[in-house]
Design a protein around this ligand. Structure first.
Ligand code: CAA
Length: 392
């Protein structure tokens, strides 16, 4: 029998507020004018676009969902999803630089930090003076976060960190790294601790920049710790609460990636449609061919559905409800839509979709990571089924 759970959770109507429309317009303008024109060059040269970060800082969105008393803009998470989408439509690298900072570092500090920690870390992060990163995965552990082996040993008033973390977004560029480390391997998830590690800490070094398939401008690298002291005042929550911090962080982060996926899919659609209105075949522009029109129709149906799932998760977050499953639904669906849509867009461009003269292939490469990071599609299915099917 179907339960009423699903229908109760659906928003019956949804309209963006004046404030949300304003932030959408503002960020769309900056992203189209400033970020889109250099996206291909950033991709080609694997260049971290620091100037884009500075523009986001000048636009006062680096602390968008945090209260004004910590330097934030005090806006809601739907606005945050909108900003990430507008960035991803134009430059996926910039969207992940931004979402890793907000969702994966500043958010957990806000949610789990003491008043002293919020006041110390958040104002420079909200102004964009400091950039955040998140360090959970390791060379040997990805989906199984509880198997972390990077050790944090408490000695006096410092933890001593030893080990390495992998796939760090904003890698060498960040200032604050939220590191999930292990205090006792036998305890698995109950032994983890969340520490804010500052760049420049002794024994904290960086591995080589990864040569990735997509989001090539985002700085991704391994980070290493050798007897790195981290003051106990930099611990979020208590020893043993690191897993909870990581999972809560990822709940929010997954909405960010869903928004990124929606943006990539919509951006690719927009490019393909512009192309289809100019390209001629069989005596007409190809946007008049039914085969192509059906592709646009299918893609937009899925993109709209993905966006609604994303807003639905953001609304639940804003209402203070548990949104773990809603975020997993949004990330799972939106990332797979991004992949399907960008493959179709390459198809619409034909041979021109396969070369770098047009952006279609870049969107397809950028889309793939949304099915992998912040929990693979398989992990999202696991999170959904664990929450939905109470039969274990
Ligand atoms: N919020 C709060 N607590 C949570 C939670 C959540 N969303 N999910 C689980 N927990 C709690 C559980 O209640 C449980 O608590 P108790 O011990 O008190 O009972 C505890 O955490 C353990 O839960 P599980 O038994 O469900 O844990 P598990 O070991 O089976 O793992 C998992 C669950 C879903 C597989 C989890 O490990 C997971 O999400 N893995 C994927 C990790 C991931 O997404 N990695 C991406 C890295 S980040 C990145 O991509 C880098 C970047 O910079 C972009």
């Amino acid at each position: 029998m179907l339960t009423a759970t699903a229908s109760k959770e659906l928003p019956l109507s949804f309209r963006l507020t004046e404030d949300q429309l304003l932030i959408q317009e503002t960020i769309a303008e900056i992203a189209q004018k400033e970020f889109a024109p250099r996206a291909a060059e950033i991709d080609k040269n694997h260049r971290f676009p620091r100037e884009n970060w500075e523009m986001l800082a000048a636009s006062e969105v680096c602390g968008l969902p945090f209260p004004e008393e910590y330097g934030g803009a005090g806006l809601d998470h739907v606005s945050y999803a909108i900003v990430v989408e507008e960035l991803a439509k134009n430059c996926a690298t910039t969207s992940v630089m931004y979402s890793a900072h907000v969702s994966l570092c500043a958010s957990p500090i806000y949610l789990m930090g003491t008043e002293e920690q919020r006041k110390r870390f958040l104002p420079p992060m909200c102004s964009g003076e400091k950039m955040g990163a998140f360090a959970l995965s390791e060379p040997g552990t990805g989906s199984d976060s509880a198997a972390a082996t990077c050790m944090a040993e408490l000695k006096g008033d410092h933890f001593i960190l030893n080990g390495s973390k992998n796939w760090i977004t904003n890698g060498v560029e960040a200032d604050y790294y939220l590191v999930i480390a292990q205090t006792d391997r036998a305890l698995r998830h109950k032994g983890l601790v969340a520490l804010v590690v500052e760049k420049g800490a002794p024994g904290f070094t960086f591995g080589k920049l990864e040569d990735k398939l997509g989001i090539k401008g985002s700085s991704t690298c391994q980070i290493m710790f050798e007897d790195t002291p981290v003051p106990i005042e930099n611990m979020l929550g208590k020893v043993g609460e690191g897993f909870k911090v990581a999972m809560m962080t990822l709940d929010g982060g997954r909405i960010g990636i869903a928004s990124q996926a929606v943006g990539i899919a919509q951006g690719a659609w927009d490019h393909a449609y512009r192309y289809a209105k100019e390209r001629e075949a069989f005596g007409k522009t190809i946007n008049k061919l039914q085969a192509i029109r059906f592709m646009f129709s299918e893609m937009q149906t899925e993109i709209d559905a993905a966006r609604l799932l994303t807003y639905h998760a953001s609304l639940a977050q804003d209402r203070g409800e548990k949104f773990t499953r809603a975020a997993a639904h949004a990330k799972l669906y939106a990332s797979e839509v991004a992949m399907r849509s960008t493959v179709k867009c390459v198809q619409i461009f034909g041979g021109y979709g396969y070369v770098t003269d047009y952006p279609a292939e870049r969107y397809m490469r950028d889309a793939k990571i949304t099915e992998i990071y912040e929990g693979t599609s398989e992990i999202q299915r696991l999170v959904i089924s664990n929450s939905l099917l109470k039969d274990q």
